[in-house]
Design a protein. Structure first.
Length: 132
């Protein structure tokens, strides 16, 4: 699992932006190889508090040679409540996707926020797609 410990600087994804040097280096990012549709998001999360944690699976569509920052687009957000222990898993099984369309070359990545900061949050998720 990945520990999420970098502050985006905004509590709403659409209120911020990422420069290419940032979104290209996101360790949990994945480049989409072909046009596809997200059908589900599945996996596990642990939180060592009872805080509400929101996981956003986001995408950016980079353009070759462009250095302008881009605003990530939320594919879907999932809110969970921590179980007060990183030894207790919370199941994620999301099948209602808000913005399901992906384009070849999109980079998808997770973002996490909690209602009160300070927890250790770990996750391991899979994004299932169908292709056209």
């Amino acid at each position: 699992p990945f520990e999420m410990a970098v502050d985006y600087g905004n509590s709403v994804v659409s209120a911020g932006s990422l420069a290419p040097t940032i979104f290209f280096r996101i360790g949990q990012g994945c480049v989409i190889p072909e046009t596809a549709t997200v059908t589900s998001i599945s996996g596990w999360v642990t939180v060592n508090s009872t805080n509400t944690v929101t996981i956003a699976i986001c995408k950016v569509t980079p353009s070759e040679g462009v250095t302008t920052a881009v605003v990530p687009i939320v594919i879907d957000e999932i809110a969970i409540t921590g179980l007060n222990s990183n030894e207790k898993l919370v199941r994620i099984n999301e099948t209602t996707i808000t913005t399901a369309a992906l384009t070849e070359g999109d980079i998808i990545f997770p973002m996490i926020k909690e209602d009160v900061a300070g927890s250790s949050i770990y996750m391991n998720l899979s994004v299932q797609t169908t292709t056209f």
